[in-house]
Design a protein around this ligand. Structure first.
Ligand code: HEM
Length: 327
C-alpha cells in the first residue's frame, strides 16, 4: 500500500509540464559506486572559480534553467544536433555559460567510475558548491537524478522572463510545484551575477513601447540615481554586447544585498521589482533584507525543493550528447 502510494506520488504530473515530483533521490547512492563524486565536483568548481569570478553565477542559473524545463535532467546541457535545436540555443539560454565546468567534473568522474554519476546530479552539486564557495549556505544534495534524452529550444519559452509580472512569476513557480515563498527565496539567486542591458533597458528610458506585460517605459519604482547609473552603463545607442549591470551591488558574493537593494528601489529586473507588489512577498523581502541567516536557511530549503524536480531516464556518458544505446 505504502509502495503503491509512493509510486503514485512519483508519477504525479505537475500541470502537464512533464515534471514529476518526489522522484526517489538518495543521500548515499554513490557511497560505494563513486565515493569521490562530491570531491570531484567541488574541485572542478573551485578551480574554475579561481580563474573566473563569473562561473558561480553561471552554474547557479544553469541549474535553475535545467530544473524548470523537463525537471532537473540535464536537458540544458545537451548540444543542438543536425535536426534539433536544443534548450541551450533557446533565447533565454544563449547567455548561459560555464558549461565546461560540468564537462570537467564529468571527465574526472568518467575516468574514476564510468557510467555512474548523472550529469543532472553533477549540475545540482556544482550549483550548491558555487553558492557555498561564494560565501553562501551549503546543503546536502540528494542524488540519483537521471539524464533526459530530449532537449527542445522551443520549451525554453516556459521560463519566466525579466518582464514577467507577479502573477506570471507565481504561475511559473506553481506550475512546477513550487510556492510563492520559493519564488521570493530563489529570486535571491540574483545576489550573484550579471544581466545584459537588453534584460532591463526598457525600464530606464522614457520612450514608451509595448512590453510583454503591458506598456513599458521609465519605471517609476526605480531609484532615480540608480536609473541614472544604469543609463550610463546602457546608453540607448549601446552596441557593446557585453554591456550590462551586476544584479546586485556585490555580484560575486552570495549575501542578502539583493533584498536590501530591492527595498531601496535598486532591483535590476522588472521581475525582481514585482516581488514588492504583493504584501505577502513584500514581507519575505523585508525578512531576508533584515536577516541574512533567515535567507540562507530558506535558500537551502528552496534549492532542495527545486532540485527535487526530475524527469530523466539514463546516465549520460557525455553531458552534451544522449547515449547512443537505444534504437
Ligand atoms: C523568478 C524568475 C526569474 C527571472 C525572470 C530571471 C531572469 C533573469 C535574467 C533576465 C537574467 C539576466 C540574463 C542576462 O541578461 O544575461 C538572470 C540572471 C541570473 N539569474 Fe535569474 N531569473 C529568475 C529566477 C532565478 C532563479 C530562481 C535563480 C537561481 C536560483 C536565478 C539565478 C540567476 C543568476 C545567478 C543570474 C546571473 C547569471 C550570470 O551572471 O551569468 N534566477 N535571471
Amino acid at each position: 500500500m505504502a509502495a503503491a502510494l509512493a509510486a503514485v506520488v512519483r508519477t504525479v504530473m505537475v500541470l502537464g509540464l512533464g515534471l514529476s515530483v518526489g522522484e526517489a533521490l538518495s543521500l548515499d547512492l554513490y557511497e560505494e559506486t563513486c565515493p569521490q563524486v562530491e570531491a570531484a565536483v567541488t574541485a572542478a568548481v573551485r578551480q574554475a572559480m579561481a580563474k573566473d569570478s563569473t562561473v558561480a553565477a553561471g552554474l547557479l542559473r544553469m541549474h535553475f534553467h535545467d530544473c524548470f524545463v523537463r525537471g532537473c535532467d540535464a536537458s540544458v546541457l545537451l548540444d543542438s544536433t543536425g535536426n534539433v535545436t536544443a534548450e541551450k540555443d533557446g533565447p533565454p539560454n544563449v547567455s548561459l555559460h560555464a558549461f565546461y565546468v560540468v564537462d570537467n567534473a564529468k571527465a574526472t568522474l568518467e575516468a574514476q567510475c564510468p557510467g555512474v554519476v548523472s550529469c543532472a546530479d553533477i549540475l545540482a552539486l556544482a550549483a550548491r558548491d558555487a553558492v557555498a564557495l561564494s560565501g553562501g549556505p551549503s546543503w546536502v544534495v540528494p542524488v540519483g537524478r537521471r539524464d533526459g534524452r530530449v532537449s527542445l529550444a522551443s520549451e525554453t519559452a516556459t521560463l519566466p522572463g525579466p518582464r514577467a509580472s507577479f502573477e506570471q512569476l507565481k504561475q511559473a513557480f506553481h506550475a512546477r510545484g513550487l510556492s510563492t515563498k520559493d519564488l521570493v527565496v530563489l529570486s535571491g539567486g540574483h545576489t550573484l551575477g550579471f544581466a545584459h542591458c537588453s534584460s532591463f533597458q526598457d525600464r530606464i528610458f522614457s520612450s514608451l513601447e509595448e512590453g510583454q506585460g503591458g506598456i513599458m517605459g521609465m519605471d517609476p519604482s526605480l531609484s532615480p540615481s540608480f536609473a541614472a547609473s544604469l543609463r550610463r552603463a546602457c546608453p540607448p545607442n549601446n552596441t557593446a554586447r557585453a554591456a550590462g549591470s551586476g544584479l546586485d551591488a556585490t555580484s560575486a558574493a552570495f549575501d542578502n544585498t539583493y533584498y536590501r537593494m530591492l527595498q531601496a528601489g535598486r532591483g535590476l529586473l522588472a521581475s525582481d521589482e514585482a516581488l514588492l507588489t504583493h504584501p505577502k512577498t513584500r514581507a519575505f523581502v523585508a525578512l531576508y533584507a533584515a536577516s541574512q541567516e533567515a535567507f540562507f536557511r530558506a535558500f537551502a530549503k528552496s534549492m532542495l525543493r527545486m532540485g527535487g524536480l526530475n524527469g530523466g531516464d539514463e546516465v549520460r556518458a557525455n553531458c552534451r550528447r544522449v547515449n547512443n544505446n537505444k534504437p
